[in-house]
Write a protein that binds this ligand. Sequence first.
Ligand SMILES: [Cu+2]
Length: 404
Amino acid sequence: MNMLMHFPKCFAAFRWVMLLCGGLALAPSLAMGQALPPQLYSEMDGIHFLDDGSSVTIWGYGWVTDGFITLPGPLLTYNEGQSVDLNFVNPSPESHTIHLHGLDVDQANDGVPATSFLVPTGGDAVYSFVADQAGTFLYHCHVTTTLHLTMGMYGMILVKRPDQTLFEGGPAYTEDAPFLFSDLEVATNLDPVGSFPFHDIRPDVFMINGKQGSQLEAEDERVWSAPGDTVALRLGSMAYSRVRCHFPPELHAVCHMSDGRALPESFAVDSLDIFPGERFTILVAPEEGFEGAVSCDYWNMIDPGIEDTQHIHFGALPSSVQALGDFGAACGYPNPASRWYHPAGAASGASNGFEGEVVVTDAQGRECFRGVLQNGRLDVSAWPNGAYVARCGDRQPTRFVVAH
Ligand SMILES: [Cu+2]
């Protein structure tokens, strides 16, 4: 399928136009009226707001259906064993790739330019692989990697099991909470071309899911749990710093997986170092009413010392929400447009493909919405703050929190 990448650029441009025109000529298996497969795109003109209100330029990925890029890029969620065609189009002024960090894909689909292929300006590609291992993975651009990565071209991948266990024979849990650590140097993001040499990056902004400080205290950034919940913290790092996480004893944190594989033996954890590119899956069972935080220290890897500390905040849900049934919770990753609710298991509704009737009830069990979602998402901008439960057909119900 990567033969397409060797076609002349004008053909790639033609394909891009055809996609904009509906894509039917390129996807004969799609019936008229069906949604196009979800497609990532890249841009180099994004704006990212820091906690102090200032902004930096970012390069990054976004869903074509959303029309904006985010830092980090969209969360990609797949089911274990799923055959994935990750569609990517690059209208930006430079070449990019998607490297699937930690997934066992073949060389041609690995996104390392020298061994697979580049996606040039105006080009598009399909990265095909089988998501055969449940776990936490990452993706990033592999072109002039230090620069493209620090500019924002990265995101997280979750491969989940339908039975809501971490891995075959592994523990069950109620919800996923993905947290991606990263950092950036403001001077580099403001002047990427002038930042040569590109490997000399000294981060001065430290983030979790692209947020920092008070941004992380927002209600829709917290991990919400009801009594009895077990939350899977999906921790991954794209930072140049070493990140040391400290888990309060009230969380009863246990580490089960490292780098997309089950550990031979799980272990209780009170602090954990995460180096660049690493991933860990930690199950936490917050004590009833717990409203604390996991603190995360960013250590300078050149001149050892803590440069910054960020927090993953926890909130306690009312027991009336728990009484609505056994369900997982959606959480914001990242949540640049909190007016939208996307159904379970996908940061973009488009990638979830659910086209049936969705029913949403509030914490008192009152029906708030019934119908088919437009573009796979629901506008909740006028909804009162609170906890809600969404049911998508016979899928496991999903809990989400609206917080404006
Ligand atoms: Cu790139």
